[in-house]
Ligand binder design. Structure first.
Ligand code: UDP
Length: 160
């Protein structure tokens, strides 16, 4: 995804955000969406699915071989997830800030994991950590036609 130049604004970027099965079962979907929406970011893709083991394994391919990998893949494919693509200025970095540290007990209050999680294997949410991983993850989880091209009417009230 190439940065889109907006008139009189900074380049936009996209990130892949996924509420994991624990976040769905615990009823945190609306709270999480609200944080990104209220910040001013634009939702361009969203779907609910139970990921196959193959998809979950590909998503976490960088961790293959680590002791927690099999459990992680099993967990992600054990229930419904909410997969999303959010767009806006520095949304990758801000998304990671919203999410907090990998270990919820080390996450600051106010972050999603800091507010709602305890164990690392039940840390509620995933967010891309770089432009490169965002591009790969969006392509893995979404077809181009599943991403909406539109302009938010609030754009000029969010960006100067
Ligand atoms: N994870 C785990 N045990 C560990 C480390 C990681 O179960 O010791 C899981 C955890 O769910 C984490 C995911 O593996 O979110 C991916 O790990 P990564 O280091 O990429 O953390 P993240 O980017 O999700 O903060």
């Amino acid at each position: 995804f190439a940065p889109i130049a907006l008139a009189g604004s900074s380049p936009q970027e996209r990130t892949f955000i996924m509420i994991k099965p624990d976040g769905v079962h615990r009823g945190l979907v609306a709270d999480i969406i609200k944080r990104f929406e209220a910040k001013g970011y634009k939702l361009v893709g969203i779907k609910v699915l139970v990921p196959s083991k193959d998809l979950a394994g590909k998503h976490y391919a960088e961790h293959e071989g680590k002791p927690f990998y099999p459990g992680l893949v099993n967990f992600l494919s054990s229930g419904a997830v909410v997969a999303m693509v959010w767009e806006g200025k520095e949304v990758i970095k801000t998304g990671r800030t919203f999410i907090g540290a990998t270990n919820p007990l080390a996450s600051a209050p106010g972050t999603i994991r800091g507010d709602y999680g305890i164990d690392v294997g039940r840390n509620i949410i995933h967010g891309s950590d770089s432009v490169d991983s965002a591009q790969k993850e969006i392509a893995l989880w979404f077809k181009p036609a599943e991403l909406a091209e539109y302009e938010l009417i609030s754009k000029k009230w969010v960006y100067e």
